[in-house]
Structure formats: C-alpha cells, structure tokens
Ligand binder design. Structure first.
Ligand code: TRP
Length: 455
C-alpha cells in the first residue's frame, strides 16, 4: 500500500467510537422521518415485515462487505475499488461502484437537507409554545404553512447545508466524535420517554397492530422495492459511506459483531419511532398515509399535551437535527475523500463545491411541495419523490448488489479471511451463500419484479 495514503493515519480512537460514528450515519431522518411515513403509505405490517427481512438478509451482509472492503482498501470508495480490483486481477470497471455512490450521495443529500431544515425550524416552533394544548388542525396548518413557503424552506435548507459543510470542511474526526458520544444516547432516552407517552395515549394497540399485523393482501406491487430501498437508506448502504468509515476502522476490530450492533441500534430506533408515531396518528384521527409530513404533525401533537412539552419538543427536534447532521456528513464523505485524495484540493474548497451542488438540486425538492406540486414528469412522481426513488430504490440496491458480488466472487478468499473473522469451513460456506447468493439474488428479484412490468 502506498505511503502517501491519507487515511493511514486517521483511525477511530476505538472500536466503540466507530460503532457510534457508523450508527450516527445510519440513524437519521431515515429512521425517524422516512421509515414511519413510508410504512404508513405502504400498508404498515406488510411493509415492516419485508423491511425487516431486507435488513437482515440483504442489509447486514452488505454492511459487512462494505466495511471489509473499506478496511482492506483504506482509501476513498472509488480508489478502494480500483485498487482491490487491480490487485485481484479483475476489471478496473469495478470502480463504477464508487462513482455511482458519489451520484447517489449528491441526490440523497439534496433532499435530506430540505427535510432536515424542517426539523431545524421546528426547534423554534416548539419552543415558542405555539402548540400548547393545540389540536390537530392547528398543528397541521402550521406545517402546511411551512410547505407553502419556498422562501422559508430555502432559508432552513441553507442553514442546514452550511452547518454540514462547515463540519465536513473541518475534517471528520475533530469534534464530531465528541458530539456523537452525547447526542446519540440522548436521542435514545428521548425516544423512550415518548414511547412511554404513546403507551398511555390510548392508541397503542391500534398503532402496534398497524405495524405488526402482516397480511399478504396488503403487499402491493411497490411494497418490495420500497422496503428494500428503505433498508439500504436507513443503514447507509450501497454508496460507499460504510466503505469510507470502514477505512478508518482499526485492524483488530471484529466486523461481524460490530455490524450486528449497528444494525440492531438502527432498527430499534426506527421501530421505536413507528411505535411512537402510529398510536398518535390513530388517537388523533390523522391519515397514516399522509406522506412526508407525518412526523411533523404527530410529534408536535404529543408534545402539545405533555407537561413541559415545549421544552421536550424543541429538544426532540434538536436531537433529530443532530441525527440528521451526522448522517449528512457521511453522505458527503465518499465524494470528498476521493476529491481530496486525487486532486490534492483543499478540503474546504471541495466541500463548498459539493455543498453548493446539493443545495441547488435541493431547490427542486423545495418546489415539489409548493410551486411544482403538480409537476409529475415521470411515473406520476414529483421531483422529490423521483430523486428519492432513483437514489434510494435503484442506485443504492444496485451498488449493494455489485459490492456483494465483488467481495464474494471476485476477491481472493485469503483477502476476505483477512478482514472478516470466519473460523470454520461451515461459516465460510454460510457467508458465501448469504453474501454471494442470497443478498444479490434478493435485490435482483425485487428489481425484476418491479421494473419488468414497465417493459
Ligand atoms: N442512513 C441515514 C438515515 O437513515 C441516511 C444516510 C447517511 C445514507 N449516509 C447514507 C443513506 C448513505 C444512504 C447511503 O437517515
């Protein structure tokens, strides 16, 4: 390996810190905002079960693969893939995985910043006591007021983007590790408090049933692809994020148990968010399938009825914004690490350029909720849904598919064994079947099932 490799001297201070950082990437708007609203739009239980299957059978093995590849290559995803393909005597085109990841990252961050902007705005809205004892109509009309104002949305999107780029420009390890150490546990505590509230809200049973009652007849044509896309999105997979983070992991850390911890944390947060939100939807007679506004309508309602609700509420949205920022940072890392590594550009210059690109593309998402609301150019999707679905449901699973095939069938066994702790022949076979067959085949089957009807 070359001496000038920049990531050689950047290592997470310990395995635990890496778990926190990877969980910081995984736990974000995907868990608290996206999971409940997508589950709500796709019939609840049918979606949740398929999502869980995707997380276990596809997500976990691909996360192991990404971290292993990253730690083996110790560079940006594009360079790592080029290097590993070369040393295994394979086609250099495998670096396409890295390039697709850069594109997916820009697309995801573009809308991510807009939604995170809503959360930022809500820190202040909740603190203002505006919702004290307010009913559903007040809360809904406040949210609709925000959606109707492109100027306000752009303002908050800009604040979030500037904050993200500022942190990215300063470098990942400075300060971030410390912040994650505090905010992540706080977020868990907050969710537990909210869960307690939901349990006594009178809608818990209905919420529970909505999430866990699986009925085959609820599985629609789009359920599979939505669940698969959500699994990739929530675990930050398929675009090299985990590869970059993996490149900073100390060599002695065990990948298997590390991945199990991250996946478990991420899933617990998503399921808890659902268990908080759905009971409130039913008690307040709201629409489960209302879409992206779900969290911004249900959570304030809960806080409006809780003692010290305005304080709790603004702390909640602060924590959500923080969870969003740790994820947003990880979305830029594959692109930034590549640019810094190859063009010797200053980190801050690259960061600002990338941030501007994402911001610009994000305007399309802003307008999807107001002036472009009726513009549905392809498949009846608005701009936001289109960017989201192309990145989450197509680019990420495709990236994951290629990553799984590469590690299982294109890398020498010795290299894999050097990264993943496999102690017996039986476990090797199991690993090979899951990573090399089950995971890629699942993605392929879902793709065929979704896209073939179009042709
Ligand atoms: N996983 C994050 C969330 O759930 C979003 C995210 C961060 C992401 N990095 C990513 C999604 C890389 C896909 C790929 O909010």
């Amino acid at each position: 390996m070359s001496e000038s490799n920049p990531s050689d001297d950047i290592r997470w201070s310990s395995r635990w810190l890496f778990v926190l950082a990877a969980a910081g990437s995984a736990v974000g708007l995907g868990n608290i905002w996206k999971f409940p609203y997508v589950a709500g739009e796709n019939g609840g239980g049918a979606f949740v079960l398929i999502y869980l299957v995707c997380v276990g059978l596809v997500g976990a093995p691909i996360m192991m693969a990404e971290i292993a590849l990253g730690r083996e290559g110790r560079s940006s995803p594009i360079t790592t893939m080029t290097k590993l393909a070369a040393s295994a005597g394979r086609n250099s085109q495998w670096s396409i995985i890295g390039w697709m990841g850069v594109i997916a990252g820009v697309m995801i961050l573009s809308f991510y910043a807009v939604i995170a902007g809503w959360a930022l705005k809500y820190i202040g809205v909740l603190a203002s006591d505006e919702f004290k004892n307010a009913g559903a109509e007040v809360v809904e009309s406040t949210f609709n007021g925000l959606l109707a104002s492109p100027v306000e949305m752009i303002l908050w999107q800009t604040v979030f983007m500037v904050g993200t780029i500022w942190i990215v420009a300063r470098g990942v390890s400075k300060g971030l590790e410390k912040a994650i150490r505090w905010f992540m546990p706080l977020l868990f505590v907050m969710l537990i408090v909210l869960l307690g509230y939901s349990l006594r809200s009178g809608g818990f049973e209905q919420g529970w049933q909505f999430m866990f009652d699986f009925k085959w007849e609820d599985v629609g044509p789009g359920t599979w692809i939505m669940a698969l896309g959500q699994a990739f999105f929530t675990l930050s997979l398929g675009m090299g994020t985990m590869m970059v983070y993996g490149s900073y992991v100390p060599s002695e850390a065990k990948i298997g148990s590390t991945v199990a911890t991250i996946v478990a944390l991420d899933t617990v947060v998503a399921i808890s968010a659902g268990l908080v939100i759905f009971p409130l939807v039913f008690v307040n007679n709201l629409d489960v399938a209302q879409g992206p506004g779900l969290m911004f309508v249900t959570m304030p309602l809960a806080f409006s009825q809780l003692p010290f609700g305005s304080i709790f509420g603004s702390v909640f949205f602060l924590l959500v914004s923080f969870a969003a920022i740790t994820s947003a940072i990880s979305l830029t890392e594959p692109a930034i690490s590549y640019l810094v590594e190859n063009y010797n550009s200053k980190r801050w210059r690259v960061a600002v350029g990338l941030g501007f690109l994402c911001w610009l593309l994000g305007l399309g998402t802003v307008f999807s909720f107001n002036i472009w609301a009726d513009l549905k150019p392809v498949f009846g999707l608005n701009f936001f849904d289109l960017v989201d679905q192309i990145s989450s449901n197509i680019l990420l699973p495709l990236g994951g598919l290629l990553i799984a095939i590469f590690i299982a069938w294109r890398l020498p066994r010795k290299t894999v064994l050097g990264q993943i702790e496999i102690e017996s022949e039986r476990i090797w076979t199991l690993w090979k079947v899951v990573t090399g067959i089950v995971a890629p085949a699942s993605v392929l089957v879902v793709f065929l099932n979704t896209f073939v009807p179009f042709f």
